[in-house]
Write a protein that binds this ligand. Structure first.
Ligand SMILES: Nc1ncnc2c1ncn2[C@@H]1O[C@H](COP(=O)(O)OP(=O)(O)OP(=O)(O)O)[C@@H](O)[C@H]1O
Length: 299
């Protein structure tokens, strides 16, 4: 478990991370969501032990990440833009990581690289952005570290490569206990793969949620109502939005599930059902309640 307690980090007058407290749960995928400049990269670099926080403490399995070198061997940081040495090849990369991470499996790395169509002696500088990302993700999974911290791992990837990247990470989580942190400015990317999501804004955590076990105070309903949905306004529902497509009405309403159910049933619709909420809908509701417009914080 990575425990982040009240950490702050400034670059001259810019407070990149501001009093952040967050727990990264073992064996789960945590998403860090935030716009450009929200502090995601800085927070990941602190969690990887690359940067020392100005204030606060950050530990992995109870040990201080920055000060204890052995802890850094448990953490693999995947930067936004992978960096490789000038003449690096897949084979030389395997040798490099073997020397850096004690549990790095060069055999598995070369095997997976071959499976993904990369030749051992191909120069990595000739690879496309997506290919470089795939190679760096293979390095991360083959390092066999307990933690992998990914910065914008899906950025700029086409849907096919994105699927393969998700597949590699998902397979690895199935093979062993791996803790993943994925920073992104794109909610939809995180929605697909995360157990927990923290929203960063101006260096601070706006909210963090266990999205698998969230209790919602907002509900989505779709149905066919007698008066084209007009009577919804008088049913005592606290409507967030209401959309009409032909006979079908789709609405978002605030309140407990039973409260919303009772209001809908009182209108005796021809048919109706609860629909699952998207994360965007949940976060719109939550951040509005604390006075933020989520649409300006995510893409
Ligand atoms: N090395 C640095 N020197 C000076 N300022 C920095 C440095 N690194 C980050 N910052 C500043 O800290 C703030 C947070 O930057 P950070 O890169 O952590 O944000 P981010 O959420 O990862 O953004 P992005 O999505 O654009 O990568 C920004 O205002 C940035 O300009």
């Amino acid at each position: 478990m990575i425990e982040i307690r009240e950490i702050s980090k400034s670059f001259e007058e810019v407070k990149a991370v501001n009093n952040v407290t967050l727990t990264i749960q073992d064996g789960a995928v945590t998403g860090l969501l935030g716009t450009n400049g929200a502090g995601k990269t800085t927070l990941l670099r602190i969690a990887a032990g690359i940067l020392r926080p100005d204030e606060g403490s950050i530990t992995a399995d109870g040990e201080n990440i920055f000060d204890v070198p052995a802890v850094k061997e448990k953490i693999f940081f995947l930067p936004d833009k992978p960096y490789f040495f000038a003449n690096a090849t897949t084979a030389s990369l395997a040798r490099f990581y073997k020397n850096t991470y004690p549990d790095f499996s060069a055999e598995r790395f070369l095997e997976l690289a071959k499976y993904f169509g990369f030749e051992e002696n191909q120069r990595l500088r000739t690879f496309s952005k997506g290919m470089k990302k795939q190679v760096s993700i293979l390095c991360a999974v083959c390092a066999n570290t307990k933690y992998i911290l990914c910065d914008e791992v899906f950025d700029g990837l086409d849907p096919v490569v994105r699927q393969s990247v998700t597949g590699i990470l998902r397979d690895e989580m199935g093979r062993r206990e791996l803790t993943l942190v994925i920073a992104s400015h794109n909610l939809r990317e995180l929605e697909e793969c995360c157990d927990y999501i923290g929203i960063l804004h101006k260096g601070g955590v706006l909210l963090s949620r266990d999205i698998q076990n969230m209790e919602y105070e907002i509900h989505k309903v779709q149905g066919i109502f007698k008066d084209s949905g007009k009577e919804l306004l008088s049913a005592g529902l606290s409507l967030v939005s209401c959309r009409q497509t032909g006979f079908l009405t789709t609405l978002l309403a605030r309140g407990g599930k039973e409260e919303v159910r009772a209001a809908i049933e009182s209108l005796e619709p021809e048919c109706w059902e609860f629909l699952p909420l998207t994360l965007e809908e949940i976060f719109i509701n939550e951040t509005e309640a604390i006075g933020y417009d989520i649409k300006t914080l995510i893409s």
